[in-house]
Design a protein around this ligand. Sequence first.
Ligand SMILES: *Cc1c(COP(=O)(O)O)cnc(C)c1O
Length: 344
Amino acid sequence: MNIEELVRPNILTMQAYSSARDEYESDGSVSLLDANENPFETEFNRYPDPYQKELKAVIANLKGVKTEQLFLGNGSDEAIDLILRIFCEPGTDNILITDPTYGMYQVAAAIQNVEVRKIALTQEFDLDANAILSATDERSKVLFICNPNNPTGNLFNSDQIALLINRFQGIVVIDEAYIDFTTSSSSTKHLNEFDNLIVLQTFSKAWGLAGLRLGMAFSNAKMISLFNKVKAPYNLSSLTQKVAKKLIEANAVNTNENLQLILTERNRLASKLDGLNCVTKIFDSEANFLLIRFKDHNKAYKALTNAKLIVRDRSKALHCDNCLRITVGTKEENNNVISILENL
Ligand SMILES: *Cc1c(COP(=O)(O)O)cnc(C)c1O
């Protein structure tokens, strides 16, 4: 597939912002009088590296990809927004999402005035690849698949995903925000097979760095150069680049320990809540949250809120009637959830 045929014509022909510095390897020996910066050292008086070379080298190594296959954004939400702006002509093109799924795809589409086609998951929350394919037309540019899915917590059938990547005549985005919580391997292993595949991951969940705002998109070099063309030149601050590099290099073990704790707590929380009077179903989760169906979700929500435990009401989502989504917290927090619900 030639992805350039899917790109908005104005994006293909536009000139990207260029800075005089693109032509120099900054080795510290030159005087930088090109960008109207303040010359006096404050640690942050210089603009950051627009291509984040040092941080990308560390992350590419961590993820087993080439740096040309990697885009870094101000959260993976930046990548979602860029995908909409690169491929979707406002008022004309459409995207496909599953129902239910993560809310930002629809928000990014609404900002861009792009139609959203929602295709119901099955009652078991699995993909219906044929239903998705039959909802497409020649203006369908992007298909978002969140795997594991938010808010349902499950992984999709990999054959259905493969079928969609093979058959969909547009860009397939696999959002793997929760992949670190699963035993399943990332779709990045298919990057070399499919030109239309983009995989998203984030440092916001398993890595515990939501406040830093750092997300990743993996694809082929041609796709990444489109991201680079459209992104704000200095989309990641020097602070983010520096801190993230340091934490990734130093903290891999720590992160692993916390990750194991979250998984242990997820399973403990599920088994403690299973069979409680107020709970009718706990959906299997491959993420750091549980989707739980209650006899009366309003009653459970109020009891939790009164105890200062804030959870997400997902009861209005398709197939999620009476469901709350509860993030796995610390052991104490989870114990508080358990004791409130036990007494309901
Ligand atoms: C949390 C989450 C993200 C993360 O977004 P960031 O902008 O990287 O914090 C992306 N996708 C899904 C499905 C999520 O649940």
